[in-house]
Every structure is written in structure tokens, then in C-alpha cells.
Ligand binder design. Sequence first.
Ligand code: SIN
Length: 521
Amino acid sequence: MSKERKHIKVTYSTLGSPDPLLHEYFEEDVAELKRNLGQRYQMLINGERVDGDGSFENCSPINTDWLLASFAQASAEQVNQAVAAAKAAFPAWRDTPWQERTELVNRFADLISERLFEIAAVVSMEIGKNRLEAIGDVEEAADLIRYCVDAMKDNQGFDRQLLSESDQHFNRSVLKPYGVWGVIGPFNFPAALTGGPTGAALIAGNTVVLKPAAEGSLTACMIAQCVVDAGIPAGVFNMVLGGDEPGIALAANADLAGLTFTGSYDVGMSIIRNFSTAAGYFRPVIAEMGGKNPAIVTANADLDKAALGVMRSAFGLTGQKCSACSRVYVDASVKDEFLSRLVDLAADVAVGDPTDADTYMGPIISEAAYNAYQGYVSELSDGNILTGGETLPIENGYFVAPTVVVDLPDEHRLWRHEMFAPIVAVRGVDGVDEAMRLANDVALGLTAGIYTEDEGEADRFLDNMEAGVLYVNRATGATTGAWPGYQSFGGWKGSTGSNKASGSYYYLQQYMREQSHTIVG
Ligand code: SIN
């Protein structure tokens, strides 16, 4: 459904002072969604809507009495049917001129933007994202796709003439698609991290089977509808729904040529180990596997900026971003001053229904996450909880308090474990070198931030940090808030399977393989 509305361009940085119409549109679409709860959604296989053998339901984490929708649950056989449909559709899609492919996929991106508020209302109700972050997630999906559209155009389809030995020789290098590409998406960016990789794989000429996170299924159904309405041919894009089983069946399918996975380190590493080599040759996995992201606050920091940036990155999306800040190393000389600012900000965080304009932090995603938060809090008794550490009785939802802890022993497992909860641990350090040593001493390396007014300290940080995304003095987020074209977003070490970032020059090429042609005539 398209509505006559003013186009409002959104990025995470423009969201700070949005057009008032943005609120009006979002509220209209939340009201409409609330009038239409409880519908049933099917999968998409070979252009057909398909029901599952089983079924599952998503209730809102804001209030578990709100049944958002019920969904067809894919069996392993249906996953294999989706891959078979994508395999059959591959030759024609591969042979479609790249200019036509990019036009169709660009239309997919434009439809996401046209339905921005409608999809964002779903993201907010389904995932518990606050309204601005929900809107950001959806528009980021469209911009990730457009970024790849532009990359394809700028590189003229990645078909380049090479040096020739003589005028009898014609030599070229061309990037070609792999075949059927699987996309396994996460719950926390249910639009950007299903739509973005799907768009990239399609532009490159692959056909796609998407398996979104079960918790983000309604968002994924709306993204899938944009693919269909863009006119992308049947079988080129397929979507299967459900929990872990369809994801496992997808990653086990021998006809899958490549895979994009966003999720936990453990699952990602197991996919990399098994999927990459199971065919007897290397199959690419583009994996983003989380973070344990540190912020460093030096003796030369602007402490107001530092506290604000850490608060935003630790508690935005209820601490459930891969880029969330969960560790702070602050110079001992300013530790108390920094902590008092951070604790005041944390205690003031507006927690509640994320569709409300004033809410900063919505609920945590599920009962399992709610229980995990309580488990972490009991482990934090090894340190000193300065604020938070409790569940909050709001609606009938999974609400928890933003939590700041200090004096956690260095060997405590939570210094290394990604919690995906609004908990940040703070430790005093003796200078920036000790801070960087501790910050780098984890297997994950997604994002990191520093606050310092000293250029030399900032340079040392940029030279030495083992993470894929670095921020210096950012009040809008110590470790979060990348936007395609503005910041590339991808990790190092255990945060990545490819060491290349999304929204960057090097992303789209990962969906293609190189072939050299020498023609003597
Ligand atoms: C994420 O993918 O978890 C977040 C992206 C960002 O915060 O920049």
C-alpha cells in the first residue's frame, strides 16, 4: 500500500532533529498496524505463497498479549524446494544484463523507502526498537541496496579490459555471480540485514533464499513483498520462515553457492567451518558475528561527550546491537567524574513502549533474553552495580533497566562474553596504552571508540585498535551508528568471516567470482 506522503530522507545522523511529519506518518502506521494484528503470513517459493507443515507466532515484546502475526514454518524439504527454485531461476537471472538487474533491484530499494513508516511500525512493534531507530533500520536497508546499485554502475558491471599482447588478442576480467545465495538474517536489524544482503546478492546476479530470524519474520515478509512488487522474476528471490531448523537446513544444502550470515559468534564460526568446505572446495561465507565493543575515555576527554556517547551506544536498542558498547576503560584520574555523569544519564533513560516518541529504550527481544539479563545481573554481584540490574514491570513486556557496573574482576567472563543486553562494565586504567591492551584482548573486533582531546592519543588509537569500525569523540554513539556510504561497517578477528565491510567499496565484489577471458582472433 503506497500513500501520498512527503519524502523524508533519513540517516542515523538526521534522526537527531527529524521533520515533524516523520512522527505523524509513523503514528498513523502504528495505529493501522494495531488495527490489523493477528494475520497469517506464508513463505515465498518460486513466486508462490506457500504454507508450512507447522506454524509459529510472534507476540510483541512490548506486550506479549499482542499477537502480531502467525507464520508458516518451513520444513527442511521446503527449504530444499526453495533452493531448487532459486537454482532453476539462476541461469536466466545471471544472463539478464546487469543494467536491467540493477534497475529492478533499485525499484526494490525505492519500494522500501516508499513503505518506510509502514515497515518501521512493524520493526518497532516486533523487535521493540524505538521509533527513530526503527525508521533508521528500514531506510538503511534501502540505502545499503542503493549503495550496491551505484557500485555496479560505477564499475560498469565489473567487466574490465586487460592488457593485450597484440592486436590479435582481447583480454578481459569479469566478475560473475556464484549461483544460489543464502541469506540468514538477525533479529536486531530485521530490515537492513535482510534487505541489504538480499539486494547485494541479486544485483551481483545470484538468486536468493532468505531465512530471516524468527523474531523478525513480519518485517521480513514486508521486505519480501517489496521484492515481489519490484517485478523481480519468480524463483529469483525465495523466503523460508521459522526458527533454527530451516536455517540449519539452508546452510546444509549442497546447492547453495554462498551465504551471508549475521548472528552469534558460535553459530557463525560453525557455519564458516562446515559450509565453507563441505562441497570439497571453498564456498564463500560473508559473516558478521557480533562484538564486545570497548570505549576508551582518556584523562584528556570531554567527559560530557564521553558519557553521552557511551550511554547511547550501551543502551540504544536495549544493548542488542552487534556494535553496542559493553566495556569502558576510563583513565583512573577521571573515573569518578565520568561514572557520575554516566550513571545520571543511565538512570534517566526513558524506558517504555518504543513506539512512543519519548522512549529511548524499548523491551528486550524475548523471554529467553529477559531471563539471560537476569542471569547476567546475578553474575555482576562479583562487581558493584551502580544503577539498574532489575527488570521493570511495564505493560506485559520484557522490560529491563539500563545497567552500569564497576569493579568487575579482570578474569570475569562478562568482560569477554557478548551479552546483547543493556549492561556496560566500566574499569579504571592507567593511561591509554593499558586501555588499548585490554580493549584488544578479546576474540571479537567489531567497533571501538575513544574520547580524547589529544590528537596524539587519537592517532595511537587509530593505529593500534584491532576492530573494523573506529570512532573518535562521537557524542551520538561511542561505538554505534554506521550508515552506508558514511561509515563502512564490518569487523576484524572473530567478528567477521571476510574482513570486508558492508556499505563500503569492497562489499559487492564478495558476491561474485572472477573470470579471466583471453580471446585470440
Ligand atoms: C549493528 O549492526 O549491530 C549496528 C550497526 C551500527 O550500530 O552501526
